[in-house]
Design a protein around this ligand. Structure first.
Ligand code: NAD
Length: 313
């Protein structure tokens, strides 16, 4: 990456605010822009509190130094002036992404790269009219990005390979874990994998094979324990004496018979209603925010453990 140590975060809701911590923690000066007064007023107090939690977990050492790297701006052109990279994290609609991409396109410098946090809208749907479209791509994080490091880097058909290389390099430098896709695909990799699991979970629940809680337990106390530090391929490579090909020889017929083709279609209203009743009985709606904070505290401790074991990617 270049010597410029300035990064812009455009859109500072749930995900953009987490990105600000990620870049500041890595030593970049982060200029945050959001059109909402409420969001702009919230970002620094939120960052201060989150950095204090990261310090308590042992993930950072000097929260004040990191906080001082973040500045908040009410004009986008000020935030993005002379930055090496823009992380766009505005609403997930084609209209919002198109409007902001065109606005960025008009003001970014000749070397500035732009990554969109888009969860599923590919960059080709909102950057085609940008004159600098070769420098726009997807850099899709997982929420919250300062605790979950993977980032899917997905080029549009017109994104320059060199621009993708530089964003992948930047993600490595800031200690995120980039996953590079060769081309656009619905759901990218992460939600393709999550989609298969969710579709199967809904089907098992709808067919009455197991309760919601038991299906969740299968992941939380089973598959998920390994998956927090290794993927499905490495998992099966270790689960047969001779490795992945031995595993395939033993079990491929089992898996061949259980894949659901064609895709099951949208989840039904009835099963969603039933699942929501069960979840709200287990966790009332007014406890959701507390439970999210609990999740983030566990994620922080898990991140600290992985760091101590050199498993951070
Ligand atoms: N929430 C998640 O779990 C998650 C995970 C990964 C990726 N994402 C993606 O990140 C992006 C942001 O999602 P979020 O959950 O942070 O949403 P959010 O609603 O919390 O934040 C969106 C922010 O964009 C701002 N905004 C709106 N118009 C803008 C403009 N013209 N210029 C600058 N900012 C503008 C809003 O004021 C708001 O603060 C979306 O593309 C989303 O799909 C979300």
């Amino acid at each position: 990456m270049s010597n410029i140590r300035d990064i812009a975060v455009v859109g500072a809701g749930l995900v953009g605010s987490g990105w600000a911590l990620v870049f500041a923690r890595a030593g970049y000066s982060v200029r945050v822009y959001d059109p909402s007064d409420e969001i702009r007023n919230r970002i620094l107090p939120w960052a201060k509190e989150s950095l204090s939690e990261l310090e308590n977990t042992g993930l950072i050492e000097d929260p004040q130094a990191i906080l001082s790297k973040i500045t908040v701006h009410d004009r986008m052109e000020h935030a993005v002036d002379q930055v090496v990279y823009v992380q766009e994290s505005v609403f997930e609609t084609v209209a919002a992404k198109t409007e902001v991409s065109l606005a960025l396109d008009a003001v970014i410098g000749p070397d500035t790269l732009v990554g969109s946090s888009s969860s599923g809208i590919p960059a080709s749907r909102f950057t085609s009219e940008c004159k600098n479209r070769g420098r726009f791509m997807i850099a899709h994080p997982v929420n919250p990005p300062h605790l979950v490091p993977v980032v899917e880097v997905v080029p549009a058909p017109w994104t320059d390979g060199d621009a993708v290389d530089r964003v992948v390099e930047l993600m490595h430098e800031i200690k995120q874990v980039p996953v590079r896709l060769t081309r656009e695909i619905d759901g990218f990799v992460l939600n393709r994998l999550q989609g298969v699991l969710l579709n199967e979970a809904w089907a098992l629940y709808e067919e009455g094979i197991a309760s919601l809680a038991d299906i969740d337990a299968t992941i939380a106390h089973g598959l998920g324990l390994r998956w927090s530090f290794m993927g499905p391929f490495e998992t099966i490579d270790l689960n047969a004496p001779g490795g992945i090909d031995d595993y395939a020889a033993r079990l491929r017929d089992l898996y061949a018979g259980m894949v659901r083709i064609p895709p099951p279609g949208a989840w039904s209203d009835d099963v969603i209603r039933k699942a929501a009743e069960e979840r709200r009985a287990a966790l009332p709606a007014d406890s959701l925010a507390d439970r999210r904070a609990w999740r983030d505290a566990i994620l922080g401790r898990l991140a600290a453990f992985k760091k101590s074991e050199h498993l951070s990617g």
